[in-house]
Design a protein around this ligand. Structure first.
Ligand SMILES: *Cc1c(COP(=O)(O)O)cnc(C)c1O
Ligand SMILES: [Zn+2]
Length: 448
């Protein structure tokens, strides 16, 4: 059986198509975004049960490249790519765990965290970048004159791009907003041999520049307007359902910035439904930082209008985006998934992240936004205590320790209600005993 996929314009009035090995990021007829379209009739020839069995058999196996959470579903991702051109570091297959104690504190019984940050470069961006860089390698092998792959980034896209390009021996170029990313995020592409351009602007400014420089066809654009990345990222929803033995949870909460990831989440779930693997869809919630909330503002107007905003500095720096490229795709997804958009203030996101940490998580601030939104929606009665809820944790907390340090040192602009500080003592038994006695006398306060 041969499976096929191609780029297709998302504008239903247009529908222009392009082969996956053409260097095109937007529709050349109408300038809408493109998406990868699969030959669904061919995929449907293999029944749902056979797909589930195939995916189960490959899951985390050592049969390269199928042990990867992305390439284990290759036929649904990039069916025509040659295995020789796949650039994989065994991404995906991340843990999904029952957050029992946090759930008890906030009042939901069946809460789960999907730790997408437990991957090579520490964020879900790896899922998409393995697909994009593999396709680039394939195009280079076919003679395409690509000299380098470039992206603008809030820090995680560039880390993932640099990783996969270094693994493939392809030059990467990353445009980063100076002072608006963490130290880990800066040193990742530096270590992975990227050409790092550190610019006095914000993400939206970097994005404008990278779109200009990649008009040169020898510089390939890796931002999420390139719909190849969505194909890899869409495995997160599929993988969650697979991890629940093919049962669909009630609600999924995902932090949103450029809005590629929520579109990807929806795309994977819809593909499962179209192919008969699942019968229902979850509700999808997009969580935004109040300081970078253009989708939330549009949601409040029933999506009747959209205005880009100037995003303000937020602790959730990877979603500090005022003009999201995938706005239209995200709105389409929200309409299909009975969607909700909610926002969180700096204090809400930092406290929620820290409260989660006190129950054994180690949250990045974006996951904090999602947790804060969960708390708000529970209070508002929009999520039920008995719902099975999955919070998508987008990055590893270790990439964002500066924020945690400031929180626990109480250096932020609000009181840190869950701050915990090391006790500095002389290294003497009496001093240690006294400190222990004092600290363990009272049970630690542990409330919302
Ligand atoms: C990129 C990123 C997001 C936002 O994803 P979008 O596709 O831009 O909406 C959220 N959290 C982290 C940690 C990210 O790196
Ligand atoms: Zn078009």
């Amino acid at each position: 059986m041969s499976y096929r996929a191609w780029f297709q314009c998302i504008n239903p009035q247009c529908g222009a198509t392009y082969p996956l090995n053409s260097i095109v990021y937007q529709c050349q007829q109408c300038h809408s975004l493109l998406e990868v379209q699969h030959d669904m009739a061919a995929l449907a020839n293999r029944g749902a049960a056979a797909w589930m069995k195939l995916f189960e058999d490959r899951y985390k196996s050592n049969a390269w490249p199928y042990g990867s959470g992305v390439w284990g579903k290759k036929e649904w991702i990039l069916p025509q790519i040659s295995d020789d051109n796949i650039v994989s570091v065994y991404e995906g297959g991340t843990n999904l765990f029952w957050a029992e104690r946090f759930g008890k504190v906030i009042g939901v019984d069946d809460l789960w965290l999907k730790l997408c940050g437990n991957t090579h470069s520490g964020s879900f961006k790896d899922l998409g970048m393995t697909v994009l860089v593999s396709q680039v390698k394939q195009m280079i092998s076919e003679g395409a004159p690509i000299k380098a792959v470039a992206c603008a980034s809030t820090g995680d896209t560039s880390a993932a791009l640099a990783t996969y390009c270094a693994a493939a021996g392809i030059q990467s170029v990353v445009l980063l907003p100076r002072g608006k990313i963490s130290i880990a995020q800066l040193i990742q592409p530096v270590s992975n041999d990227a050409l790092v351009l550190y610019l006095d602007t914000d993400f939206d400014g970097c994005m404008k520049l990278v779109q200009e420089i990649t008009k040169d066809p020898t510089l390939y654009l890796a931002n999420s307007m390139n719909s190849l990345r969505v194909e890899g990222q869409k495995t997160v929803g599929i993988e969650i359902v697979q991890q629940f033995d093919w049962e669909v949870p009630d609600v999924m909460i995902i932090p949103g910035g450029n809005l590629g990831n929520v579109s990807a989440l929806g795309k994977g779930l819809l593909m499962m439904k179209d192919l008969g693997v699942i019968a229902k869809l979850p509700r999808i919630v997009v969580a935004q930082a109040q300081r970078a909330n253009p989708l939330y503002l549009s949601y409040k107007r029933n999506f009747e209008s959209f205005e880009p905003i100037q995003a303000q500095k937020t602790l959730a720096s990877a979603i500090q985006i005022g003009n999201p490229v995938s706005f239209e795709k995200a709105v389409r997804t929200l309409k299909q998934f009975n969607g909700i958009v909610e926002q969180a203030t700096e204090e809400e996101l930092a406290d929620a992240a820290a409260l989660g940490d006190r129950t054994g998580m180690f949250n990045c601030p974006h996951t904090g936004v999602a947790l804060a939104v969960l708390i708000k929606l529970l209070k508002a009665g929009k999520i039920d205590k008995s719902d099975r809820v999955v919070v998508i944790s987008t990055a590893h907390g270790l990439k964002f320790v500066e924020m945690k340090v400031k929180y626990h040192q109480r250096e932020l602009e609000f009181p840190s209600r869950h701050a915990n500080q090391p006790i500095e003592l002389p290294a003497r038994l009496d001093a240690v005993k006294e400190a222990l006695h004092k600290a363990l006398q009272t049970k630690r306060q542990f409330k919302l």
